[in-house]
Write a protein that binds this ligand. Structure first.
Ligand SMILES: [Ca+2]
Length: 365
């Protein structure tokens, strides 16, 4: 019963937002705390984000929402709402995951998007939908052309205009730590932190829980390794926007995807989701199904927000900062105020999932 008022409210807000944008007065919404939103994004970054997608796509025991996020990213690029600079894995233990990333990029007509993986040597893994996509869908992957993440980030960032690059991380934050700690090289005389400070606009992170984590350590942060998430977040020199467990979880009403069943079997998003539901990792066994059912959309929200911003779908709390412990627990503290914010539900979760995210997951050129 709350959907209709929510929808009316949404369209009123959307109309107002469009009017404001057309008059050149479009501003990112202030958080309910009254603080200004942190991402006073540069004109260029706001118009058409140049986006790097950093993902734990295809990890052993991993989730399927990274595949949904990749679909959303390509759909938004199809609509000229963003440009995809690179797709980067935050692991190096599954060669097939890289091939699967390439297969999806190829399906959407973007076979040439640079590919990266966590620093180190690529190894063969054995995981689920990534293996299935790598084996059954055409890809154009030259393993010699794929680069370790730090090298790829430095190469891409060095070429970009100042404050023009948006990064969305939907896995761990290991690549960010490695990048921030990197030294000057052939691509740039700047060290990693200087390079990020000069070239990056905003970092979007799916991770944590807000205003604080429970006894269970927070999503993604606790998988990153001791102090990794803390190190990345505390030392990142540009604004960070977080979406936590509660913004994207099926248990909080965020779930969609069942209409993927309607797509052709030649669509890798449908094929990957179906394979994952038929062969879920141990922790997701209760969801085993021969058809695709609705599922959480944490990573899709990170991508959607990185491209379109938070309003009118979310509000942001922007006064304070995200205190992350070495074990991955986190909580939002009201001071000191840093260039960080987290999303808070504004639009009804089911409406957002089914009417905003799912059509993007089903879109193709
Ligand atoms: Ca993920």
């Amino acid at each position: 019963m709350s959907v209709l008022p929510g929808l009316t409210n949404f369209f009123l807000r959307l109309s107002l937002w469009i009017l404001l944008c057309c008059s050149g007065a479009c501003q990112q919404q202030a958080g309910p705390s009254g603080g200004s939103a942190p991402s006073e994004r540069t004109e260029k970054a706001r118009e058409t984000p140049q986006l790097i997608f950093d993902t734990d796509f295809g990890t052993s025991g991993g989730d399927i929402d990274d595949l949904g996020a990749l679909a959303v990213l390509h759909a938004l690029a199809n609509q000229q709402e963003c440009t995809i600079l690179a797709t980067v894995l935050d692991h190096n233990h599954n060669r097939e995951a890289l091939a699967a990333l390439s297969a999806v990029n190829t399906f959407y007509g973007r076979a040439d998007i640079p590919l990266g993986y966590l620093d180190g040597q690529l190894t063969d893994g054995d995981y689920n939908f990534a293996d299935y996509l790598a084996e059954n869908f055409a890809h154009r992957l030259d393993f010699d052309a794929a680069l370790p993440a730090t090298k790829l980030y430095r190469k891409l960032l060095a070429r970009q205009p100042d404050h023009s690059v948006t990064i969305a991380v939907t896995g761990k934050l290991r690549n960010m730590v490695h990048l921030l700690l990197s030294e000057a090289d052939a691509y740039s005389p700047m060290n990693g932190r200087e390079l990020v400070a000069q070239k990056v606009d905003t970092l979007f992170v799916m991770g944590g829980r807000y205003p604080q984590s429970t006894d269970r350590a927070a999503s993604n942060f606790h998988h990153a390794g001791d102090c990794v998430a803390r190190q990345a977040i505390d030392s990142f020199p540009r604004p960070i926007v977080f979406n936590g467990f509660e913004v994207g979880s099926q248990s909080f009403g965020y779930a969609t995807g069942h209409r993927l069943n309607q797509l052709a079997d030649t669509n890798p998003i449908k094929a990957g989701y179906r394979y994952w539901f038929q062969n879920p990792p141990d922790w997701a066994q209760p969801s085993r199904s021969d058809t695709i059912t609705d599922w959480s959309i944490w990573d899709q929200i990170a991508i959607h927000t990185a491209v379109r911003g938070s309003a009118p779908w979310f509000t942001t709390v922007s006064e304070g900062y995200n205190q992350v412990q070495c074990d991955g627990h986190n909580r939002w503290l009201p001071s000191p105020d840093k260039d960080q914010s987290y999303l808070v539900k504004e639009m009804d979760a089911a409406t957002f999932s089914n009417q905003v995210i799912e059509p993007l997951m089903m879109n193709r050129k």
